[in-house]
Design a protein around this ligand. Structure first.
Ligand code: BGC
Length: 534
């Protein structure tokens, strides 16, 4: 045997055995893993008489002899042999790769929508947490949980160590990019990897759960530039990554906090010091200079900026920040909403302005006169507002649908017949939160799978918050920053009331670990309430 790909090979005499790589160990029904190897042999080469995986015969129909892809898969870096291997003979029974009818875009070209025609990166570390939990659970739920691992999730660069390495970091940025390159080698499509830029000084300024390591008072902006953004930019610009499409989600919640939370001292400091604005402009300048990087700016979600008193100020602030970069409006490719939140993409059984008992739905207690009851309408209007403010019409929206599905037994199947507005809304909405402001560890459900071009103006539905990772600790004693900078936030206290609406509880699940850490109990609920279900 001279070479193998997409598997770990071992040879004993004439027998070659293959085991999975960490990214292709779980194969969906009708899915592919595409391992292969080249070997030399002195005799004839008859086709195998049987073909089995883990002892199970593969009985699929035999396809016509597939046309091999003209470019052999690029082997995993580090295992690349110098000579270009012969074109691998495809395994009979695999589906032939269709011959493209249009001229393919050269790899690495900056395209309009990085998600279109691309395969999403599977984070092997998150996938393995999911798979381990699924195996331990077993049964029907375990089988459903296992399927979640096949979905692409974002890589959060939530501290300097996540970029360059350090305690508690399983895989650095380069490690993820190397794994993405390896995944690309088994795909006829380019791989899109989504990273989250999330380390501004005074991060998460209006809450505590995701406070970060840098502060304005301790030279945070300079450190953000030199210790965080510069290393990211230098890694991303390496030529070995130039065929990846790298989508960067820029600083969730930061500019939205400057729109609505300046009465909170830390947000006021983040604003008056210029740290958020200058940090984001610096990040955009550095990242936009790399042609295979795509920038998406966070616009929170409809339940935060949807009121007209917030909407236009947000558009104005965000527009001015972006126009202040070297490339101006061209330094971004679009915007993202619902990052790590739970607001549904649509409320399928009602509209914001529908009249019930003589009043619009949006005037119900749950919506408090917000202009928007879902992300789809909010994003569409945001996109139009940005285009009106000078952005190119090619900008596309993303929605984080990782936890906004709201399925499960409590999901309504149609509109209520009540003519009492609040009764109607409470019985009709799929969003089962007690209040739209509840953001910590909700008993929600996984939503739409990552999908490119889901609707006009939308680049993709993406999974930014990896399902199963906590929003914040429920440990009330954690009142000082831990090594990651995180603390207990009262919105994560299951026994407490919401700080945005004292009439209701937080809805947070109990026994939650630190933000970003694996929270198995929540993961199980997210899978049970998934919509579409698994
Ligand atoms: C946390 C990050 C984490 C991310 C994804 C955020 O709330 O602050 O540390 O990486 O969620 O789980």
């Amino acid at each position: 045997m001279t070479q193998g790909w997409n598997g770990t090979f071992s040879q004993s005499g004439q027998n070659v055995a293959v085991a999975n790589m960490d990214y292709n160990g779980s194969v969906a029904v009708n899915g592919t893993a595409n391992p292969g190897f080249n070997a030399s042999w002195s005799g004839s080469n008859p086709l195998p008489t049987n073909f089995a995986v883990n002892g199970n015969a593969c009985n699929g129909s035999t396809s016509p002899t597939p046309t091999p892809t003209t470019v052999p898969p690029t082997p995993t870096p580090g295992t690349t042999p110098t000579p270009i291997p012969p074109t691998p003979t495809p395994t009979p029974g695999t589906t032939p790769t269709p011959t493209p009818t249009t001229t393919p875009t050269p790899p690495g070209t900056h395209v309009d929508n990085p998600y279109a025609g691309a395969q999403g990166y599977i984070n092997p570390d998150w996938a393995s947490e999911v798979t381990t939990a699924a195996t331990a659970k077993g049964g029907t739920l375990g089988a459903q949980m296992a399927k979640v691992a096949n979905n692409s999730t974002a890589v959060w660069l939530d501290r300097i160590a996540a970029v360059t390495g350090g305690t508690g970091v399983t895989r650095t940025l380069s490690g993820h990019l190397d794994a993405a390159v390896a995944q690309a080698s088994s795909s006829s499509q380019p791989v899109v990897i989504t990273i989250v830029i999330y380390d501004l000084p005074d991060r998460d300024c209006s809450a505590y759960a995701s406070n970060g390591e840098l502060s304005v008072a301790n030279n945070g902006l300079a450190l953000y530039k030199s210790q965080y953004i510069d290393p990211i930019a230098s890694i991303l610009s390496q030529s070995k990554y130039s065929n990846l499409r790298i989508s960067a989600i820029i600083e969730p919640d930061s500019l939205p906090n400057l729109v609505t939370n300046l009465s909170v001292p830390k947000c006021a400091e983040a604003n008056s010091s210029g740290a958020y604005v200058q940090g984001i402009q610096y990040a955009l300048n550095k990242l936009h200079a790399i042609s295979n990087v795509y920038n998406y700016i966070d616009i929170s979600h409809s339940g935060w900026l949807g009121w007209s008193s917030n909407f236009q100020p947000a558009v104005t602030l965000i527009t001015n920040v972006i126009k202040g970069t070297s490339a101006g409006v061209n330094s971004v490719d679009g915007f993202i909403s619902d990052t790590a939140n739970y607001t549904p993409t649509t409320e399928p059984f009602m509209t914001a302005n529908q009249q019930v008992g003589g009043n619009p739905v949006r005037s119900a207690n749950f919506y408090q006169w917000n202009q928007y009851i879902d992300e789809a309408t909010y994003d569409t209007d945001m996109r139009n507002a940005f285009i009106a403010a000078g952005f190119p019409s090619g900008i596309g929206m993303l929605i984080d649908t990782s936890r906004n599905g709201w399925g499960g037994p409590n999901r309504p199947s149609g509109a209520s017949s009540s003519t009492d507005l609040n009764t109607f809304v409470n019985a009709t909405k799929i969003d089962q939160r007690l209040d739209r402001g509840n953001w910590c560890n909700q008993a929600a459900g996984i939503g739409a799978r990552p999908t490119a071009n889901p609707a006009p103006g939308f680049d993709a539905y993406v999974w930014i918050k990896p399902p199963g990772e906590s929003d914040g600790t429920s440990d009330k004693t954690q009142t000082t920053p831990d090594p990651e900078g995180k603390q207990f936030d009262a919105m994560c206290d299951p026994t407490g009331n919401s700080r945005y609406n004292s009439a209701v509880k937080t809805g947070a699940l109990p026994n939650a670990p630190d933000a970003g850490h694996w929270f198995e109990a929540e993961f199980e609920i997210l899978v049970q309430n998934a919509y579409p279900s698994f």
